[in-house]
Design a protein around this ligand. Structure first.
Ligand code: NAD
Length: 322
């Protein structure tokens, strides 16, 4: 199966990788947003690749490793050469808790590779580092990851988390070029665009930027967020009102949210979580329409107005106060 080159490819920092502007977030394949059958999971991966998505992100944390297993089956079903798709997984966050030690990461990557049925991943991220000691990340975890890079188990190294201050804390303290990528989430969508302020700093360091959760983990969808969503109730209510307003006007809030996030080309890829062929098709269509027609500025202004009272509101995450 050959990938249809319908999506824009964007460079990822200094890595030399070119990622599709829409990336496939595989946390829903771990059934974290509701149950997903193996058949639908595999079909979603195949459809994503067929429509030009070349980047897939997962973690051992998503569904207690179910997401990695499903994605592995999806890759197998693609039946294409390994260099045709780009894979990131993570380590350090598990159903049982957090462990960013050198020993754990060295074991974790082997477990992930087995579940993914791969020999290497393209990016290995430290998952949600605000829940660990950032000094341990700098002094122990990154050096262990550099050894895994040398051993060929990962091509590049990334860090992820919610508070934006964690990225500068680590990047200011590690040798230039040791951390290749950051993955930020819920900070570049219609209701919260605070990642924007960090982009010039990341660019100056040659660090690639992945922005996840353009739908704010379900806040910007017609069906609303899952039960476990950590947003304060005021933010949830405002997003619900925005979604209802869009629907009333015959518009789709998720399409608008995708197009908003995709508009900033300093962000290499927008990772959206998908668990059905239909969602894959809708999100790729939103990207294609952005290129050909542009986004609906009129409704966007109206939605931004509804969300203004909660603009850039977030929630606490982790043990670090940054
Ligand atoms: P998201 O904002 O992408 O929202 C996902 C939800 O929206 C799911 O319920 C999905 O089924 C639904 N959805 C997707 N497309 C839709 C459409 N067109 N219409 C209606 N609903 C739609 O949130 P997310 O899944 O949490 O984030 C995306 C990915 O980014 C994750 O799967 C994961 O790979 C990554 N991520 C990483 C971190 C981290 O490293 N700490 C945190 C969050 C997300």
């Amino acid at each position: 199966m050959a990938a249809a080159p319908s999506l824009e490819l964007r460079p990822l920092g200094s890595t030399g990788l070119k990622l599709s502007s829409v990336g496939f977030g595989a946390s829903p394949l771990g059934s974290v947003f509701g149950p997903v059958s193996e058949e639908e999971a595999i079909a979603s991966v195949r459809e994503a690749f067929r429509l030009g998505i070349n980047f897939f992100d997962t973690s051992p944390y998503y569904g207690g490793a179910l997401s990695e297993k499903m994605l592995g089956k999806g890759f197998k079903a693609l039946g294409v050469a390994r260099d045709q798709y780009i894979v990131s997984t993570k380590f350090g966050r598990y159903k049982e808790g957090f462990d960013f030690s050198a020993e754990r990461v060295t074991k974790s990557i082997d477990e992930s590779l087995e579940r993914l049925q791969l020999d290497y991943v393209d990016i290995l991220h430290c998952h949600d580092i605000e829940f660990g000691s950032l000094d341990q990340i700098v002094n122990e975890t990154i050096p262990a990851l550099l050894k895994l890079k040398e051993a060929g188990k990962t091509r590049f190294i990334g860090i992820t988390g919610l508070p934006l201050g964690i990225f500068t804390y680590v990047l200011d303290r590690v040798p230039l070029g040791s951390v290749d990528v950051i993955l930020s989430y819920c900070h570049y969508s219609i209701n919260d665009s605070t990642l924007e302020d960090l982009l010039p700093y990341l660019k100056s360091k040659g660090v690639g930027v992945i922005s996840a959760s353009p739908l704010s983990m379900g806040l910007l969808t017609e069906s609303g967020p899952p039960e476990w969503h950590p947003a304060p109730s005021e933010l949830k209510a405002a997003c619900q009102a925005a979604s209802a307003y869009c629907k009333e006007k015959g518009k789709n809030i998720s399409k608008l949210a995708m197009q908003f996030s995709l508009s900033n080309k300093d962000i290499s890829t927008i990772l959206v979580g998908m668990n059905s062929v239909t969602q894959v098709q809708q999100n790729v269509a939103a990207a294609a329409e952005l290129v050909t027609v542009g986004k609906d500025e009129k409704i966007l202004v109206e939605i931004e107005k509804i969300l203004e009272p909660v603009k850039n509101q977030t929630w606490p995450s982790g043990i670090q106060q940054l």
